[in-house]
Design a protein around this ligand. Structure first.
Ligand code: IPM
Ligand code: MG
Length: 360
């Protein structure tokens, strides 16, 4: 039996624990089916880590992640921790893991399962067949730029600052990932910036054009972010790979997610370092946490991405995706994707059904 490596599970907060449990259930099943083994470890991050250790990203978690081949993360954050200082908010754990693991490339696919085309708030004919990959730069830009912070002014008011920075090197490496990704898909990259206003993204556009010279087989287009937000609603089928900055990618990936019917369906992969990190795009959803209502499919599909991008188990990844499609085809639905013909299904049952479909 071949060993595929060490996987670190970080369930985190809210529905994170519920959906990661289902992801691991499916991982276990797929490993049996394909005859591979793995070492599973678990660590704390987010609000739960803050409560237990006083920091959202304990050094131990970071060390364990660095020694792993892949991290499967649920979600972090919740109202309980919203009043904490920025430096210890649960979200810091995510940013810290991304930065420390060197995960500069975030892949967020938005693909519509045919069975869910009706679940979108947009018309079926607009969303049917969309297959978009949002590629978000993840360790730079305004999320990390210095100076940042809130300072007091002499008149007693305050001044808040964040800084948008990108260097040539940072743009080049993410652009290469975009072109390489597009080569394996629809061979089209739309680079999204705000080059009409922000100098930093004028550089972004210039560098992307330069890198494109090495990828003449891929079509390159540019779009301002406001227009892209509009085009995603107007005609999403025009997109293949959307290449963009950290902040724009945060926003556009939520928008693209919603085209698919539910953000509860979308997986993500963060790569660039030795250890990749895989997580559902949805957050910790504190409003439904602990009720067994969460959709675990985004996490289960994140396990598939983990097997494909970090652990080189392509067949197993395909099998999980096929199993998810067949469960949807049979009509099983968590509340977020429920329709009049669907069969209402809870979190754990959905995991069981995917396992069953895998073994069929
Ligand atoms: C995401 C989230 C995070 C981000 C938050 C929770 C820090 O919105 O992964 O998209 O802004 O990157
Ligand atoms: Mg986000």
């Amino acid at each position: 039996m071949s060993d595929i490596g060490t996987i670190l599970a970080i369930p985190g907060d809210g529905i994170g624990t519920e959906v990661v449990a289902e992801g691991l259930k499916v991982l276990e099943a797929v490993s049996k089916k394909f005859g591979f083994s793995f070492t599973l470890k678990e660590a704390l991050a987010g609000g739960i880590a803050y409560d237990k250790t006083g920091t959202p990203l304990p050094q131990k978690t970071l060390d364990m992640a660095k020694e792993s081949d892949a991290v499967l993360l649920g979600a972090v954050g919740g109202p309980k921790w919203e009043d904490l200082d920025y430096s210890v908010r649960p979200e810091r754990a995510l940013l810290g893991l991304r930065a420390e693991l060197g995960l500069f490339a975030n892949l967020r696919p938005a693909k519509v399962f045919p069975e869910l085309a009706d679940a979108s708030t947009l018309k079926k004919e607009v969303v049917e067949g969309i297959d978009i990959m949002v590629l978000r730069e993840l360790t730079g830009g305004i999320y990390f730029g210095e100076p940042k912070g809130i300072t007091k002014l002499e008149d007693g008011t305050e001044r808040g600052v964040n800084t948008l920075i990108y260097t040539t090197g940072e743009i080049e490496r993410i652009a290469r990932v975009a072109f390489e990704t597009a080569r394996k898909r629809g061979k089209k990259v739309t680079s999204v910036d705000k080059a009409n206003v922000l100098e930093c993204t004028e550089l972004w556009r210039k560098v992307v054009i330069k890198v494109h010279k090495d990828y003449q087989d891929v079509e390159l287009g540019h779009m301002y972010v406001d227009n892209c937000a509009m085009q995603l609603i107007r005609n999403p089928k025009q997109f293949d790979v959307i290449l963009t900055t950290n902040l724009f990618g945060d926003i556009l990936s939520d928008e693209a997610a919603m085209l698919t019917g539910s953000i509860g369906m979308l997986p993500s992969a963060s790569v660039g370092g030795k250890c990749g990190m895989y997580e559902p795009v949805h957050g910790s959803a504190p409003d439904i946490a602990g009720q067994g209502k969460a959709n675990p499919l985004a996490t289960i599909l994140s396990v598939a991405m983990m097997l494909r991008y970090s652990l080189n188990c392509l067949e197993a990844a395909d099998a999980i995706e096929t199993a998810v499609a067949s469960v949807l085809k049979e009509g099983y639905r968590t509340p977020d994707i429920m329709d009049d013909k669907g069969q209402l299904t809870g979190t754990a049952k959905m995991g069981d059904l995917v396992v069953k479909a895998l073994n069929q």
